[in-house]
Design a protein around this ligand. Structure first.
Ligand SMILES: Cc1ncc(COP(=O)(O)O)c(C=O)c1O
Length: 403
């Protein structure tokens, strides 16, 4: 169980009583993350790798941060963690570091239910004659179909790119099962875990993802991101740094200009926080216990809002109608007959509650669902620091806005 009062006290921005439901856009930041960034900048902001004391300390902090993030993703070794400014940028980097592996006629499977970050960056491979196959979703049931993926796989399939959780539907995709299909076909799997990481424990060993990326600013930290890549695959990638960073310089050859040290050091505090939420044993089990508690609380939050939405016959829930923690995170999207999404959001804005509307850069999904002309969806995205009382406030405000 979470100690919600204690957890909320760790997010200074919550103190003003604003009910924050735009977490899938960007979460609030932990106190210790902000403190550590400031502390890094005022004590060890020097270049790493030298022999003097401050540089040794900076080097050690970066090493420790990478190891903590490896634990968070359950990577086998810290060198499998590449750090960078954003998921989008690192997807682009990955696409360019992989480009030489593709020949004309090779195929890449992209989805119509991903954020554009795991679609657009791959499209540059068209320059190498790569053919794209599109994995769609049932636009009425909002469910993915693994048989559709099997049907798309072929002898030339080299890569499949899919999201771990949808930033619109809230659906958690069965990545381990997907990896089984992809690997059986001899292809690699790139997973966007941005909308999953705040809610559940990323586990690259359990899922067998080849690449897995997420952004810390949606997971209680700053604008910074991490990419896991299986070590033997990282070795094979083209380097993006100077020519003298050789094949084995992993992950440095994939961090051109170096990662941002102070943000890396700050982000390690997210792992410490999760460890504390999970009993403070300092191991992977603590991270998993933390996310089990988070999942249970999130299911209650999700169900509270979904039960209200289910009770209105003018609302269409864009996603699963219930909130089982195995298959859904509490990112809840909906449309309302007769009301444009932007009009609803404008009416809620005045109530000290933050929600949002649009396509959230999952434009292909919104178009596929036929919602683009209506201005997308209204999205309420919750994380573990939200309370049932806040959800009740939102329900009262929605009731007024939809009256
Ligand atoms: C599911 C998903 N993937 C990727 C991104 C992009 O992340 P970044 O802003 O770090 O590039 C977002 C941001 O909204 C997202 O929701």
């Amino acid at each position: 169980m979470l100690d919600l009062a204690a957890q909320r006290a760790r997010f200074p921005a919550l103190r003003d009583g604003f009910a924050y439901f735009d977490n899938a856009g960007g979460s609030l930041v932990l106190d210790t993350v902000a403190q550590r960034i400031a502390e890094y900048l005022t004590t060890t902001s020097v270049q790493t790798g030298a022999s003097y004391a401050h540089s040794r300390r900076a080097t050690e902090r970066l090493r420790e941060a990478r190891a903590r993030i490896a634990l968070m993703m359950n990577a086998r070794r810290p060198e499998e963690i590449v750090l960078g400014p954003s998921t989008t940028q690192m997807m682009r980097n990955l696409a360019s570091a992989m480009a030489h592996r593709f020949s004309p006629g090779d195929e890449v499977i992209l989805t119509l239910f991903d954020h554009e970050s795991n679609i657009g960056p791959w499209r540059v491979l068209a320059e190498r004659g790569v053919i794209f196959r599109w994995w769609a979703i049932d636009p009425d049931a909002f469910e993915i179909d693994l048989d559709a993926l099997r049907a798309l796989m072929g002898p030339r399939t080299r890569l499949v790119c899919v999201t771990h959780a949808s930033n619109i539907l809230g659906a958690i995709n069965p990545i381990a099962e997907i990896a089984g299909i992809v690997h059986a076909g001899g292809a690699q799997l790139c997973v966007d875990a941005v909308a999953y990481a705040p809610h559940r424990a990323i586990d690259v060993q359990a899922t067998q993802a080849d690449y897995c990326l997420f952004s810390f600013y949606k997971t209680y930290g700053p604008h910074f991101a991490a990419m896991y890549g299986r070590h033997e695959l990282l070795l094979e990638l083209d380097g993006l740094y100077h020519h003298f960073y050789g094949r084995d310089a992993v992950p440095a050859k994939l961090e051109p200009g170096n990662a941002n040290y102070e943000l890396a050091w700050g982000c390690a505090a997210i792992v410490d926080y999760l460890d504390e939420c999970g009993g403070g044993t300092g191991d992977r089990a603590a991270i998993e216990r933390a996310f089990s508690a988070i999942a249970a609380h999130e299911a209650a939050l999700g169900e509270r809002l979904l039960s209200y939405l289910r009770g209105r016959n003018d609302v269409t829930i864009i996603g699963q109608r219930t909130a089982p923690p195995e298959t859904r995170v509490p990112t809840i999207s909906f449309t309302i007959a007769e009301h444009a999404p932007d009009a609803i959001v404008a009416r809620i804005d005045g109530a000290g509650i933050g929600i949002r509307h649009g396509d959230f850069h999952s434009r292909r999904l919104i178009e596929h669902l036929g919602l683009a002309g209506r201005g997308g969806v209204v999205r309420v995205s919750m994380v573990h620091y939200n309370t049932l009382e806040e959800v009740d406030r939102l329900i009262v405000a929605l009731d007024g806005a939809l009256a």
